[in-house]
Design a protein around this ligand. Structure first.
Ligand code: ZN
Length: 270
């Protein structure tokens, strides 16, 4: 099983990080992908990955909620690392748009997102996309920058840009629109276990298992029965179990297919 979205380098795990990693391995997780947040999280994330080779894998990007007036310099520094040969980054993330809490930096968020989508094209890496109250803008940017989901207007042989729409929680129409980008998966986590979630019905009717990857977003969004407490990678088994119920298949089948999907999307970690 692969947790495609976990912030284990977060200070929420400072007291017991090695136990958290051990519990993840015991629960059958064999890889964890770590999305970056900002310039300050880079070093903690990279040292965790150096200490756990073949298990923890880093991404590089500026989270939309951390886009400020200095976004452009911040991205300049990140791109220096990205352009270094044999850099460890398996994806661009997490990037995107978040207009839920604050729209002060709306334009800056859009510019930063566009630039980072173009990194995915230039460096041939998948995108880990965060979208909150921004579905329309996300689709517009991707449609413009990735015609037909490819980098060269859909001509034969064009590179298919891959990625994940992380923490998907939209409608069936929104799911269908996102899945029209052929290289993309929906990231499904704890929300699918919540009692009043509409997500199970949207998945059952609109999203094949072949387009889903598992994620925790730990330390946030813990699944039932841990809802409201700190989330950790080991809890992803509750998400896999819920998906098995929804699709009426075995947990082994969910595990096998979502692992394949994750390795196909993040091929540098395969
Ligand atoms: Zn995240």
């Amino acid at each position: 099983m692969i947790d495609t979205h976990s912030h284990i380098y977060d200070e929420a795990f400072d007291a017991d990080r090695s136990e958290v990693l051990a519990r993840a391995r015991d629960a059958g997780i064999n890889k964890v992908f770590l999305p970056n947040i900002n310039a300050d999280t880079l070093n903690p994330m990279l040292s965790l990955c150096r200490d756990n080779p073949g298990f923890c894998y880093p991404m590089l990007g500026l989270h939309p909620e951390d886009v400020r007036d200095d976004w452009s310099c911040c991205l300049d520094e990140m791109e220096t690392q990205l352009s270094a040969p044999s850099n460890p980054f398996i994806a661009i993330g997490e990037v995107g748009l978040d207009f839920y809490w604050d729209q002060t930096f709306r334009d800056q968020q859009l510019q930063a997102f566009r630039r980072q989508v173009l990194w995915a094209v230039r460096y041939g890496l998948p995108l880990m996309i965060h979208s909150r109250d921004a579905h329309r803008d996300i689709v517009e940017v991707l449609t413009e920058l990735l015609p037909d989901g490819r980098t060269d207007s859909g001509a034969e042989g064009g590179m298919l840009v891959r990625g994940v729409f992380h923490c998907f929680g939209g409608t069936a129409d929104e799911a269908a629109e996102l899945l029209s980008f052929p290289g993309f998966m929906l990231g499904i986590g704890g929300v699918v276990t919540y009692k009043n979630s509409r997500l199970p019905e949207v998945l059952r009717t609109t999203v094949p298992l072949s387009r889903i990857v598992l994620e925790t977003d730990s330390p946030y969004l813990a699944p039932v029965p841990h809802r409201g407490r700190r989330n950790e990678t080991a809890y992803i088994c509750h998400v896999a179990q819920r998906l098995a119920d929804i699709y009426e298949v075995s947990v082994q089948k969910v595990t096998q297919i979502t692992t394949q999907n994750a390795l196909k999307t993040f091929d540098k970690a395969a």
